[in-house]
Structures are given as C-alpha cells and as structure tokens.
Design a protein around this ligand. Structure first.
Ligand code: ADP
Ligand code: ZN
Length: 735
C-alpha cells in the first residue's frame, strides 16, 4: 500500500494547510475531519485533516505522529462551515476550527476534576519578598475578596490573566491550588426538574406557532424575525417550535446571551424536554468534551448555549433559535471574529433548517431583512395575559423642579416613585450602567485627571476596595491624597457608578433592603444566581445594577424600574450608540409590570428630547428603527454598507502610525471605486494596555468588496515585531 498525504489545518495565523505523510498503520484514523498530532518547527501540534491526497508532493514531508480518533471529529458539514468562517472573517482554517471545537475536544480531554484556587496566606498581610506583577496583584486581590476562592477558570477570567501568574503564586506559597471533584455549583443546570404542561397559547402566539410549524414541516431553510415586546411570550414560541422540530427527528440549537444562561432559563426548557444539553462557561474541559460527544451522537434534542454553541455537532439541525438576537455578545472578540447569528444563518441554509431570531429590540440588520421580505416577520405586539406595558416617565435632570439636590443623583420624580413602589410592597430595579463609585477623579484647581498608566482612560474609584481601577486593563492604584500634578490636596470625584447609587439609597431609604449587582459584587456565577433567587423570594426590595439586570429577568412584583442616567452610552462616537441605548432602555423597562399590577418606569436624562430616549419611552421599536435606518442610509452605515475595521497596535506610536499608513496604501490599491477607506485614525481610546492604536475603517457596498480587501490584507507580509494587527468583518462597534 502506498502512503497517503494529509493536508492539516493548524491553529496558526498562517493562511495555508500543512502536508504530512500518513504512515500506513495510521491511515484509517487520519481521514478528513480526524485529529492528528504532527511535528511543527520543533513543537508537536494537534490539527485537523482537511484534505487527503494520494500523490506524493514535490517537497519533503514529515510523518503524522499520532491519529487518536476512530471517527472523524468533524463532519463534512461542520468542516465546510469552518471553511466559510475562515473565508468570511479572514482567518486561517485552523484558527476557525479551533474556535469551533472545545479545547477539551481538540486536545483530548483532561481529567474530570476542577482546579480550585484559594489564598494560602493571611489576607490581611501583604505577600513578602519580591514584589508582585500586575497580573499577580489582580489575582491576589480577587482572592482577598472571596474567601472560598474561585475555580481556576473563573479566577483567570476575573483577573484577566492566563494560568501562569496563578501557578507562579502557587510556587511562592501565596495561593493554593486544590483539586475539587464536587460539588459542582452549576449542577443546577442539569438537575432534574418537574415536568410542566405547555400553557394554552394566546391567539397571537397561536398564529406565530402555526407559521413556524409550517416552515419546520417543510424541512427547508426559512428565517423569521420574532418581534415581540418584553413579556409577550417569546420563549413559549421557541418551546413549541422545538417540539415540532423534534417531531421530525431533527435537533434544535438555542443560542442565548451568556448572561441570560441561568438555571431559570434552562429550567424552562428542561420542564418540556428530556434530552436538553447545556453548554456554559463554568464547565470544565472534560465536561464540555463529553457533552460534545453526546451531542455528536444525536443524544440531545436541544442544545442551549452561548455563541460557541452554534458549532454544536448536532447530526441533523432542524431549528436554530437566537434569543435576544441583537446582543453584541454573539460576536466573538478575537480571531476569528465571527457573529454566531450570522454563522447560524449560513449553517441553517446548508442544513435546510428554520431560524427564529427573537427580540423586542432587534438589530437593524435583521429588521431590514424582515422589512424586505428576506425573513418572515412575526409580531407579538402585546404582553401575555392582558398585561399592559409599563407607563414611562422621562425625568429631566436639568430642570429646576427636578434639580438634583446636593449629594444625590435621584430626581424628585424617581424618589416619589420609589417611595410609592415600596409602600405598595413592590420591588424596584435601578439601572446605572457604570460600576464603581466615581467614574473619574480630578483636581479642582489644575483639572488633572487620574488616568491609567497603560490606557488613555480615567480610573474609576471603587469605594468598596478603596482603589482606583482601570476598566480596560484592570490596573489598580490607591487614590492619591493630593493632585499628582499640582500637589493641591483637593481632588474631586465625578460621575455616578452603581456603588454611588447603592450608597444614596442607603441614606434616602434606610429601611429598604438593597442589593447591588455588577461584576464587582457578583463574585461568582453562583452569587449572581443567589441574589436573583433572593430577589425572587422578595428578600430584596431594591436591586441596583449594570446592564446585568436588564436582561431576561421575569419577576412579577417589580413595580418600578428606574434608569439613573440614560446618557452614559448615547454620546459615544459609535454608529450604534443610539441603537444600543434604545435597546438597553427598552429591555430594562420591560422588567416592570410583569405581574398583576401595572409597572412604571422613570428614565433620568440630561437629553430628554433625544429620539433614542423619547422613542424608548414610547416603547416603539418600529418607529425608532425607521428613523435610525434613514440615518444609516444617509451616512452610509450598516445595514446599507458593509464595514471592515482594521486595528494596528504597538508600543511605539510612530511605528504603529507608519504601519497603518502602509496598510492604507495597499488597501486603496486593492479596493474598488465604490469602497471607501477612512483613516488611519486615532480611535477614541488611543492607548489600551500600553499599546498605541490606529484604525482603518473600510466601508463597502457589499461583502464582495470587503473580501477583496481582506484578501489583500492577508497577502501582506506580517508586520515587524512589536506590532500587531487584527481585522473585524461586520464589527458590532467601532470604539
Ligand atoms: P418574553 O420572552 O417575550 O419576554 P416570556 O416568554 O418570558 O416573554 O413570557 C412572559 C411570561 O408569560 C412568562 O412568565 C411565561 O411563563 C408566561 N406565558 C407565556 N405564554 C403564556 C401563555 N400562553 N399562557 C400563560 N402564560 C404564558
Ligand atoms: Zn488601563
């Protein structure tokens, strides 16, 4: 038997496959879609066989070292989807496949135990000897906050570091890494639940259910926008559609934003279906790998997960649900920067599956497809059970009557409504989408602003830890007692954070039970669930939080939702600022009045006439979308034009600028006349984590032109050392 040759996709930023000889004894296990271990420049890497050839190549080849799979890991369908992702978003096939396969699957799963990290020293003392690096300091600070410690995965996420600072701290005896098998705090996701029968659909729901069933029964691609106001019973539609899909022997994938992936959400699905597989961030690599195998074997009827679940290897996809389809978290923020909803559409087209995109505030891309008839438009304009949408009041923070009195950020209107809600034994949700206590600290005399040493942003003061913190890189420092510039001891705090609101509530409503929910106070996923459970049991009267509290919460006793400042995001120099603000306000407003009593919403703003605010107050998505679409058309933004964003980063501003100019010149040559190239410009935050940034924005009539520019970028020799560049096709933001 003559040898064969395998073209292997490796997780490297190189736009090609690597050919290896397959020894005869490995032949059966090194077919297309199989994993292989191969030597690469003195290293040993795991890759996926993308092609098999019989002819000996003209160059020398090394041998495949290992081929562990009896079955191909990736079906032809998923491999083809990987090729699409690589081509569309401009990555190598290996990078795309690496994003599709859980690490535990790619690298052969580790053990089932989870590594848990706790502080080994007395938390009141400082670690001795050598000073700690910034990353190590963050690790220690996180552990000081939480005596029980964190799983290694969670700790690294919170401290924004790799495993290595933790292991260094372990060697120095500052932290201890323990192996813990159980209990798994997230077992709740898999715990048995009582089955419930489906409620009788409302008339509006029944019409939607029929339309979706017809499409599912046709077993051909179709996409729908389910435009339903908050509380209109969209989840019930998903559940019925899944049932219909299952009846045809096909499987469903349900994508939800990470924050909405709670036991409450999962329970709603598990009450109806036996074979539900949940993919969530707290799973170990081994757990993920075994879930992946069960899904691959067709043992799950429904897979629920965040964006990466779009690659779940269900054998026969019949239905894809994307809940809150407008959420930015469906876009991956590193290579390949894919959008799970958009990849989902492509996957469904190839599989002949039905796509259901649900939202009260859909993205303008999706809404436009629906208006143009590319997607079916299904509306649920009313809340279930004859409940009305909440009454919204706009409170002008500038006006005389409302003037914010000394030391409080609450208007009279909001105060009165809080009193009223509490008097009626109702609950209150207050949104302030900035964490911390003061969003900047500056000198009263010279105006000096205390800024991050690594990034061009002001540090946020966190009262609970008495430190100033950079929300971009995590850098922390103690607040100086005098101005670092002019030495005058007269520093002033500005801006409102969740901690400020919490403190003011304590002074103004001393009897109310207040809880704060933001990424500082929610030490773990479990504490997030715990606060929500307490809120559900009405042990908390007022819940203050960031956008964490805006999504999906369904509590019947919430009578009032207050927005402390609607203006935080509205003026960002991003073409989606209005869309984002509208969505956030409408979503959080939707938390009110979900029970028997009517709900109220108070929106505090300095811009009471801004359309994103007035239209959110009217809760009229379609009016807002029509106006916004008109502006996008006029100024040439998506969905009318396609965008490609190129960012160059490096330690030296001059070198970064030069590289950006070089790229611009190359792109101009490759681009068609209809393609606009903006920049290189300095982004609103010029320096992040010590890296200067320049960006180019390419605007084109369609993806074809973007693809030409991508091809050009990918053929350019890599930049010299110390400079990094990345590109983002269809970016969700341009900041
Ligand atoms: P949305 O996702 O549109 O905000 P949900 O699916 O959360 O709305 O539904 C809101 C509430 O109404 C939930 O408590 C849900 O259980 C309930 N509900 C939905 N459909 C029905 C129905 N047909 N009959 C009774 N209750 C329903
Ligand atoms: Zn920083």
């Amino acid at each position: 038997m003559s040898p064969t040759y395998a073209a292997v996709a490796l997780d490297l930023p190189v736009d090609r496959l690597f050919t290896y000889r397959v020894p005869v004894q490995l032949r059966d296990h090194a077919a297309v879609g199989h994993r292989v271990r191969v030597p690469f420049r003195g290293r040993s890497l795991v890759g996926i066989v993308a092609e098999v050839e019989n002819d000996e190549p003209s160059f020398n080849t090394l041998d495949v070292a290992e081929a562990p799979d009896e079955q191909p890991l990736l079906t032809d369908d998923l491999l083809a989807l990987g090729r699409f992702v690589a081509r569309y978003y401009g990555s190598s096939l290996g990078e795309a496949l690496a994003a599709m396969l859980p690490r535990g699957v790619r690298k052969r799963a580790g053990k089932a135990e989870r590594l848990h990290v706790v502080l080994a020293m007395d938390p009141r003392t400082e670690p001795d000897g050598k000073p700690l690096t910034e990353a190590q300091t963050r690790v220690v600070r996180q552990l000081k906050r939480h005596a029980d410690g964190y799983s290694l995965v969670e700790l690294c996420r919170r401290a924004r570091c790799s495993n290595s600072p933790v292991h260094t701290l372990e060697k120095r005896g500052i932290v201890a890494v323990e192996k813990r098998a159980a209990p798994d705090p997230d077992d709740e996701m898999q715990a048995p639940v009582e089955r419930r029968d489906a409620p009788t659909p409302t008339k509006a729901q029944a019409a939607v259910i029929d339309a979706v069933r017809e499409a599912v029964d046709a077993e051909a691609f179709a996409a729908f926008l389910l435009l339903g106001v908050t509380g209109s019973g969209k989840t019930e539609i998903y559940l019925r559609a899944i049932r219909d899909c299952r009846a045809r022997g096909r499987q469903a994938i349900v994508l939800v934003p990470e924050i909405a992936l709670t036991p409450q959400t999962v329970r709603r699905f598990r009450r109806r279906f036996d074979k539900v597989e949940v993919l969530h961030s707290a799973m170990t690599e081994a757990e993920r790998a075994s879930a992946w195998r069960r899904i691959r074997a067709g043992e799950a009827d429904v897979v629920i997960g965040p964006r990466s679940a779009i690659f779940a290897p269900v054998p026969k996809l019949g239905l894809l649900v994307v809940d809150e389809e407008h959420e930015a978290t469906f876009k991956q923020q590193n290579t390949p920067r894919y959008h799970a909803r958009d990849v989902g559409i492509v996957r469904a087209q190839r599989a002949g599956a039905v796509v259901l995109l649900g939202s009260a505030t859909p993205s303008l891309e999706t809404y436009r497809h629906a208006l143009e008839g590319k997607y079916g438009l299904l509306r649920l304009p009313e809340r279930v059970g004859g409940r009305s949408l909440p009454t919204v009041q706009i409170a002008d923070r500038r006006s005389g009557d409302e003037r914010v009195r000394a030391r409080t950020h609450m208007t009279r209107t909001l105060e009165i409504r809080i009193e009223e809600a509490l008097r009626k034994q109702g609950q209150v949700i207050l949104l302030q989408n900035r964490r911390g206590y003061a969003t900047s600290v500056s000198c009263r005399r010279c105006g000096f602003v205390v800024a991050c040493t690594n990034c061009d942003v002001a540090l946020t003061y966190h009262r609970s830890d008495a430190v100033s913190m950079c929300h971009l890189c995590g850098h922390e420092e103690h607040v100086p007692s005098a101005c670092p510039d002019c030495a005058l001891p007269d520093l002033k705090m500005h801006g409102i954070g969740t901690q400020t609101v919490e403190e003011e509530l304590g002074q103004r409503f001393p009897d109310a039970r207040v809880a704060r929910m933001d990424s500082d106070s929610m030490a773990t996923r479990a504490s997030y669930e715990e606060v929500l459970d307490r809120f559900g049991r009405r042990e908390i009267d007022i819940l203050v939080g960031t956008q964490m509290i805006a999504k999906g919460l369904d509590f019947p006793h919430v009578l009032l939702v207050g927005i402390i400042s609607a203006d935080t995001a509205i003026q960002l120099p991003d073409f989606r600022a209005g869309e984002r603000t509208f969505a956030l306000l409408a979503q959080v407003a939707g938390r009110a009045g979900r029970g028997e009593s009517d709900g109220r919403v108070v929106i505090q703003t300095l811009m009471p006439d801004h359309p994103a605010i007035t239209m959110a107050a009217d809760q009229d998505f379609e009016a807002f979308a029509k106006k916004e679409l008109e502006e996008r058309r006029q100024f040439g933004y998506p969905p009318f034009r396609r965008l490609l964003r190129v960012v160059v980063r490096g330690k030296h501003a001059h070198a970064v600028e030069q590289r950006a100019l070089d790229l611009q010149a190359l792109i101009v040559e490759a681009a068609t006349k209809e393609t606009q190239i903006l920049g290189p410009g300095i982004p609103p935050i010029p320096r992040v984590q010590g890296m200067h940034r320049r960006q180019l924005l390419v605007k084109a009539p369609g993806h074809r032109e973007i693809a030409d520019v991508l091809a050009c970028l990918r053929s350019v020799p890599r930049p010299r050392r110390g400079i990094e560049e990345s590109w983002d096709v269809d970016p969700v933001g341009v900041l």
